[in-house]
Ligand binder design. Structure first.
Ligand SMILES: [Fe+2]
Ligand SMILES: [Fe+2]
Length: 476
């Protein structure tokens, strides 16, 4: 086993657990929202344990017609691939579907959310939460909760007591060892294992995601969405070990015999949340870990079936309103520099996703994305509102004064189409961006399809408010 770094020991201490051999108390545990094919209740318990422990039982109390019953449910292991070598040798994960009618659930001494409420009234949305360490990029101050506020974001979400939490991806940013001249910023960051074709390790996931997100774990079930930072060549092995909702996916990013990781993509999945008054929020979660942002590439073909599945599984139904959750925005605005130099210009993100999703957006009233490190809301004619929640902790974008690009999505700078022969959407009718850290609390309005989206800072105070109605999103 690798030597424990000081940070690793501090991380284990933060989770209040000593790693005793054979112990069955988890380091931490949480409840994932999963497809009904994984668990009939739509919820799965996950526990993270030190290697050498056994999977504990999931202890559940159910209540049917006023009669309570206690039961123990065996958990099974998600083990990292041996081909990841020492990268994940210190931890493994246990999982078990939660039964319907659960009123209490725990793994060892750790209580986890047992069920979704009959009526969802508050949904917390966050994304882009890791601390940025990347070659050629400025290094974020991971040691400061002012400069990397994820722990404060998570605590303020926990205090606001959402019924469900949705993370829209990009958890893992610690892609290299802390530079030797920057120990005050990121000292102790666990380094990638040298020579591997991926960047993540068990302890870097603890540092970047699991410890700072842990205030959320006892509060509500969590929808986890994969970001491009969880592509297999970056943080994908940890993503599939810890957070992916598929019960058999722990080795999807397993390196081959030559040590090369695949470009593994997850299937689209959906889930429903009861809102009361006959309303149901339906979400379709699409994996947009891969693809080009600025031009249409061969990735469009691989993304096509994922968005087609999202639409097929989200057909109109009485009382249903549907959101598309995909890390890369379909209609996001960012700044590009032209090839060969010149002034930056405003443009659309993310071309492969936009091209693949375009024929499949009719069922959706809102698209929830992250990826651009800003709070943003864009509206295009005839399209679902596009919300971006990329301000959850990672270094924010440095450009300001966001504007509607000169031309609509999927057009080159000169206005020509990237997809000749395809009807493209018109340009945006409104855009709104804010470069403050934070998260969003979504609450359903009085009428079907209406939502209030409260933009909160890391202390939980509202700094702006957006409204969604009849697929139109506006903020102020
Ligand atoms: Fe990101
Ligand atoms: Fe991203």
């Amino acid at each position: 086993m690798r030597r424990l770094t000081t940070l690793a020991i501090a991380l284990l201490a933060a989770l209040a657990v000593a790693p005793a051999a054979g112990a069955s108390n988890p380091l931490t545990a949480f409840t994932l929202v999963v497809p009904t094919s994984t668990a009939a209740s739509g919820l799965q318990a996950r526990a993270i344990l030190p290697t050498g422990a056994r999977c504990p039982a999931l202890s559940v109390t159910t209540e049917v017609d006023g009669v309570r019953a206690d039961r123990l449910i065996a958990m099974n292991a998600r083990r990292p691939s041996p081909r990841t070598g020492s990268a994940f040798a210190s931890l493994f994960v246990c999982q078990a579907g939660l039964p319907a009618h659960a009123v209490r659930a725990s793994v060892g001494a750790t209580t986890i959310p047992a069920a979704l409420p009959d009526k969802i009234e508050r949904i917390a949305l966050l994304g882009d939460t890791g601390c940025r360490l990347k070659k050629g990029d400025p290094t974020q101050v991971c040691s400061s909760t002012a400069k990397w506020p994820l722990a404060r974001v998570a605590s303020s979400i926990a205090r606001a007591k959402p019924d469900v939490i949705m993370h829209i991806g990009d958890y893992f940013y610690r892609e290299l060892a802390c530079p030797s001249d920057m120990t005050a910023r990121c000292g102790g960051t666990p380094a990638p294992v040298p020579g591997k074709s991926f960047k993540d390790t068990d302890y870097s996931w603890l540092a970047d995601a699991i410890v700072p997100l842990s205030p959320l774990f006892s509060v509500a079930p969590i929808v986890m969405t994969r970001g491009n930072h969880e592509a297999c060549f970056r943080g994908g092995n940890g993503w599939y070990l810890f957070f992916d909702p598929n019960p058999r996916s722990a080795r999807h990013c397993e390196p081959n015999a030559k040590g090369e990781v695949p470009d593994a993509v997850s299937k689209t999945w959906t889930q429903d949340f009861a809102l009361g008054n006959g309303r149901t929020l339906h979400i379709a979660v699409v994996d947009s870990a891969y693809g080009n942002d600025g031009e249409v590439s061969s990735w469009k073909e691989r993304e096509d079936p994922l968005y087609a599945a999202a639409a097929n599984q989200s057909k109109a139904a009485p009382g249903r309103e549907s959101w598309l959750l995909t890390h890369r925005p379909i209609f996001g605005i960012t700044q590009w520099y032209p090839d060969g130099g010149g002034d930056p210009y405003w443009s659309w993100v993310a071309a492969d996703q936009t091209a693949a999703a375009l024929p499949h957006l009719d069922p959706f009233s809102m698209i929830v994305s992250s990826h651009i490190h800003v709070a943003q809301a864009n509206q295009l004619p005839g399209m679902p509102g596009q919300l971006v929640v990329g301000n959850g902790g990672v270094l924010l974008e440095t450009f300001t004064g966001f504007e509607i690009p000169a031309v609509g999505p999927l057009r080159n700078q000169d206005g020509s189409s990237m997809l000749p022969g395809t009807k493209l959407p018109g340009n945006a009718t409104s855009t709104w961006s804010d470069l403050r850290f934070g998260w969003v609390m979504a609450t359903p309005g009085v009428n079907a399809g209406e939502w209030t989206l409260s933009q909160r800072n890391p202390n939980g105070n509202e700094f702006a408010r957006c409204q969604l109605a009849t697929r139109q999103l506006s903020c102020g």
